[in-house]
Design a protein around this ligand. Sequence first.
Ligand code: PHE
Length: 451
Amino acid sequence: MASEFEGRDGFTSRFGIICAAAGSAIGLGNIWRFPYVVGDSGGGAFLLIYLGFILLLGIPVMLSEFIIGRRGQRNALGSFKRLAPGKPWFIVGVMGIVAAFMILAFYSTIAGWTLHYVLQSFTNAFAGKTSVEINQFFDAFHTRAFLPLLWQLIFMAMTAWIILSGVRKGIEKYAKVLMPFLVLLLIIMAIRSVTLPGAYEGLQFLFRPDFSVVDSSVMLAALGQAFFSLSIGMGALITYGSYIRKQNNLGNISVEVSLADTLIAILAGVAIFPAVFAFGLDPAEGPGLIFTVLPNIFQQMPGGYFFSIIFFILLAIAALTSSISILEVVVAYLTEELKLTRRKATIMAAAAAAFVGVFCTLSFGALKDVTISGLDIFGLLDFTASNLLLPLGGLLIVCFVGWYMKQADVKDEVTNSGVLKVRLFNALMFILRFIAPVAIAIVLFDSLGII
Ligand code: PHE
């Protein structure tokens, strides 16, 4: 065992790796970010484009990350150095580490809000409030300084604490049991939502594509959301890939994780949008969307008090299994390349991300007038990381596997040294070499005005 991972820690079961990879993918990206970006981007057409990107680009990039990680047996940066010694490919790893800091910073803002909503659910703070009052409640909370910051730091500390307890014990243990409950709850909430009076309009918004609203910025938003939601483009899954055993089937894992992630996002959409319209809320209200919609749904459910508590707890846990995969990118790099102890690396990385995170949190209140080309600090970090760095990272990752790596090595990883029969290998190589890089490049450079 020890030799298989070259003395490194690793996942011991197929179930463990599925849970960890799905734990990374499923998080605030599905339940918080997906609905708000769909709302901002005009609904149904975005959803179709998003689904297309998941299938055509997301799954191949995810598989490529696993291939690089398992072959390289190192962190995101180290794997490139090892597979391409003396070549500049390691820059992809550097970009990933930068993206990890940015994402962790704003992710912890939203995760902090989630923790606050756990407590508010316990104290039944939303009881009897109209949707206007729920909106005011959210505004009064998230524009403040102290409370959101406190929750953010608590969340960051929790993330660091799980990372400190090690890969197997930490990540596997927390990811394993809880996500099926989240799915169950979402299904119940979706049923409540679609049976609200006026719900139909929300379903239309989500499922009836209106391509007249699609422009290059909607395309880029769909691309960024696909990458963010699948945790790809910054090496989180390169890092996890390096913990996957030789006999696990990387292709299957990629497909299963992507499917689960996508289903949960759609489920979240079905829970949110009918309610948005039923309560007369604005689908394009931005990052606060779920925090103003969900309490309304719980009000309309028998047992809503308990549903609300359980839901926000599960959402916070889903956020944790994602945030640990982001922090792990940095920690694996610091321990393996710079030889820091795991403890030192974790504390340093979490503290640095928390520092940046403070500005994200305050950008909803005290710093809301600090903007660059129309984006506040939060929006700027989110846009730069999710819509620019992740797609660019993904582009380089598929090019690395498609063009730089020896095809025999790629085949060796995908087939587990010939053990698995992989029928679609040629199709995969075609996607990795041509379709994925060209498609990502077109969407990315078109929206930036480069082509
Ligand atoms: N995919 C995670 C989510 O949906 C967020 C994430 C992004 C995790 C990038 C790792 C890397 O919440």
